[in-house]
Design a protein around this ligand. Structure first.
Ligand SMILES: [Zn+2]
Length: 109
């Protein structure tokens, strides 16, 4: 696969990685809820929302880190399931794809 394409993808992934780190950082900085009885329920709900959002973001970040490691190892376009090549079009659409389209379809079943 051509190097330009891979370095483009790497840039995309790194930008996303940066964004996620910043977001997670912001979420972690949100202070604990105050003592006021009135808005506690709302704050608890909000805190729960943030918690699940943070969990999702961390999961995504982990995935991106994994894919970036694959880029460095030169196995970015190698399918994890069959060892074949992941289609360029698919990687363009899903930069974090680790399986080729065929394997992904099989995995979904
Ligand atoms: Zn495959």
């Amino acid at each position: 696969m051509d190097k330009n394409f891979i370095s483009d993808q790497k840039q995309k992934l790194e930008r996303q990685q940066e964004y996620l780190i910043k977001k997670i950082d912001e979420l972690e900085k949100i202070p604990d809820f105050g003592n006021s009885q009135d808005d506690n329920a709302q704050e608890v709900a909000e805190a729960n929302n943030n918690l699940s959002l943070e969990r999702d973001l961390k999961k995504e970040l982990k995935e991106i880190n994994k894919v970036l490691r694959r880029v460095d190892e030169g196995s970015y376009d190698k399918c994890l399931s069959c060892g074949g090549t992941i289609e360029k079009k698919r990687l363009e659409l899903v930069p974090t794809a680790v399986n080729c389209a065929d394997c992904q379809t099989k995995l979904r079943k």
